[in-house]
Design a protein around this ligand. Structure first.
Ligand SMILES: C[S@@+](CC[C@H](N)C(=O)[O-])C[C@H]1O[C@@H](n2cnc3c(N)ncnc32)[C@H](O)[C@@H]1O
Length: 212
């Protein structure tokens, strides 16, 4: 689906189609584990209490597990996805949730979100964007942060001289360094191999927006 969509010059068109086709003829959503991202959970355990009362934004929320986890940690959460079917599914799965689920395209998101969040979580969305969209997304993600706000990025990682291979395309450190040109400071850059089978190299990066 993704390949076809990219070949047709519509790199964002396949997400909604995939969510709609989920469960039909053996189609599955590869990232929909129905549990919060383990790299987020580990980070939150290492940084206890830091998110209580924070206004949080989850990028490309999929079926909502990370957004619900952030809510459980005490955040006031807005979560958005370009795919209406994904957002409908979030509302169906979590009918009593206080997470604000919205259908939005990152590249056309509301101006009211600018500088509107203390914590922004980006996990696994940059890595499904082709390089030009990644470059465009980085200042947008940074722009959501209020002064002193935190951005957490979780993605696949590779060296610059390694081939990216097929989607999801691992990011390189120089690519991520584009965040530093947007008024963010790097607080932590973790580079590790996870416990999946087969194991995957991950980057988990914490940035902080400059103070007002
Ligand atoms: C690889 S999935 C990751 C989903 C979720 N973060 C997770 O880890 O399970 C990327 C998600 O981003 C959404 N997405 C892709 N492009 C988007 C855009 N331009 N604006 C908002 N959401 C987008 C997709 O629909 C999909 O749910």
């Amino acid at each position: 689906l993704a390949k076809l969509s990219l070949e047709q010059g519509d790199p964002l068109g396949w997400f909604e189609v995939l969510y709609q086709e989920n469960g039909t003829e053996g189609t599955v959503i590869p990232w929909a584990d129905h549990v919060p991202n383990p790299h987020l959970v580990e980070w939150a355990r290492k940084n206890p209490g830091t998110l209580v009362g924070k206004k949080a934004l989850k990028i490309g929320c999929g079926l909502g597990d990370d957004a619900e986890y952030l809510e459980q940690l005490g955040c006031l959460v807005t979560a958005f996805d370009i795919a209406p079917t994904a957002i409908a599914e979030c509302r169906k799965r979590f009918p009593d949730s206080s997470v604000r689920y919205e259908v939005q395209d990152l590249f056309q998101s509301p101006s009211a979100w600018t500088a509107g969040f203390d914590f922004v979580l980006e996990s696994y969305t940059l890595q499904v964007f082709p390089p030009d969209l990644r470059r465009q997304a980085i200042p947008i993600l940074s722009g959501y942060l209020a002064p002193s706000g935190t951005l957490l990025v979780v993605c696949r990682g590779r060296e610059e001289n390694q081939e990216p291979g097929g989607m999801p395309w691992p990011l390189t450190r120089p690519e991520l360094n584009a965040f530093l040109q947007t008024g963010l400071q790097e607080i932590a850059f973790e580079d590790y191999i996870d416990h999946e089978n087969p194991p995957v190299r991950r980057f988990r990066v914490q940035y902080e927006k400059e103070k007002a």
